[in-house]
Write a protein that binds this ligand. Structure first.
Ligand SMILES: NC(=O)c1ccc[n+]([C@@H]2O[C@H](COP(=O)([O-])OP(=O)(O)OC[C@H]3O[C@@H](n4cnc5c(N)ncnc54)[C@H](OP(=O)(O)O)[C@@H]3O)[C@@H](O)[C@H]2O)c1
Length: 292
């Protein structure tokens, strides 16, 4: 029996890719609420992270050497609509996992987001103070604090937008874009929302490497440059074989259709990760190309 890695949210977009990558060097176990989208050959355990008994029971039984917490209510508008559920999963769930990691001595990687920033600065360093503009960001900022206080050895990975196709049957920015492009009509994306995207394979390689690194605290992982959502959608549409001109610039008046406000500049400084990790971080263009 090799070393055990427990991935909360291993059936999700990012968790699924981490599971696939980690299988090369770990005995991988997945925990999530529903077991329908689990890669073949991986042990799945039903657990709701917001249920302390579920999480503690899992740690007592499995005694994982390391744990990735990629489980969350990850849709920004849904979190705004159902704040109680978002808090329960994103904050109380993260606390339950972090407390067990601290108690059982499991190396922990927790996923946070650039949505903890208010988006008014030109670029953000890990040491910049969170000041989120939406409820999802608030839950992530609160969870980060709790995770590092309950498990000071943990790594909090702040990511911006993750690029790529899921391993399992879950939505991602790519699949949502592709599904919309298959229907007639134009699509509109904001030209003033900048992101520092990372492709899901590079992210997974970074995370698997990080587990064995002597590092704790907050770490940004993203591309070496940035792009706005309009530029990104156009580039990805073209790579998918669609006409790039079907992607237009969102008129700011239409932004009222979104339930939750979005931060403008999600430009994160990734120099710390570049110095720490052997896995090379890519430019936006290289990252998009890597996913095809
Ligand atoms: N994708 C991005 O661009 C992006 C950007 C910034 C930050 N993030 C963060 O990165 C992490 C992973 O995101 P993702 O895009 O992979 O999310 P996702 O595709 O929505 O996957 C979420 C996973 O969490 C599980 N989950 C949800 N609620 C749960 C609960 N109460 N108990 C146990 N498991 C639960 C889901 O499975 P079940 O529903 O079956 O339980 C699923 O496996 C999240 O923390 C997200 O906030 C993502």
């Amino acid at each position: 029996m090799g070393r055990k890695l427990l991935v909360f949210g291993g059936s999700g977009f990012i968790g699924g890719k981490i599971v696939q990558k980690a299988l090369e060097s770990w005995d991988v176990l997945i925990a999530s609420r529903s077991g329908g989208r689990i890669p073949a050959g991986v042990n799945w355990h039903r657990a709701d992270i917001s249920d302390k008994g579920d999480v503690t029971g899992l740690f007592e039984t499995l005694k994982p050497d390391a744990c990735v917490n990629a489980a969350a209510l990850s849709q920004i508008d849904r979190a705004e609509e159902d704040k109680d559920l978002a808090w329960k999963i994103n904050v109380e769930g993260a606390e339950n996992v972090a407390e067990c990691c601290g108690t059982f001595g499991s190396r922990q990687i927790y996923f946070s987001s650039d949505a903890v920033y208010d988006g008014s600065a030109d670029i953000y360093k890990e040491s910049d103070m969170p000041d989120p503009v939406n409820y999802y960001g608030k839950t992530k900022a609160a969870a980060e604090k709790a995770v590092l206080s309950l498990d000071p050895e943990a790594v909090v990975v702040r990511i911006s937008l993750v690029l790529g196709f899921p391993v399992t049957d879950v939505p991602s920015f790519y699949t949502n874009l592709r599904d919309k492009l298959k229907k007639p009509g134009e699509l509109y994306f904001p030209v003033d929302e900048y992101r520092t995207p990372v492709d899901v394979l590079t992210l997974s390689e970074c995370v698997v490497e990080l587990i064995d690194k002597d590092f704790r605290g907050v770490l940004h992982i993203g591309s070496t440059d940035h792009a706005n959502r309009y530029e990104l959608a156009g580039l990805i549409a073209e790579m998918m074989g669609f006409d790039k001109d079907r992607v237009g610039i969102l008129n700011p008046d239409r932004e009222g259709q979104k339930k939750a406000p979005r931060h403008k500049n999600g430009i994160i400084d990734v120099s710390k990760a570049r110095a720490l990790l052997d896995t090379p971080l890519l430019s936006v263009d290289e990252g998009v190309r890597r996913t095809f």
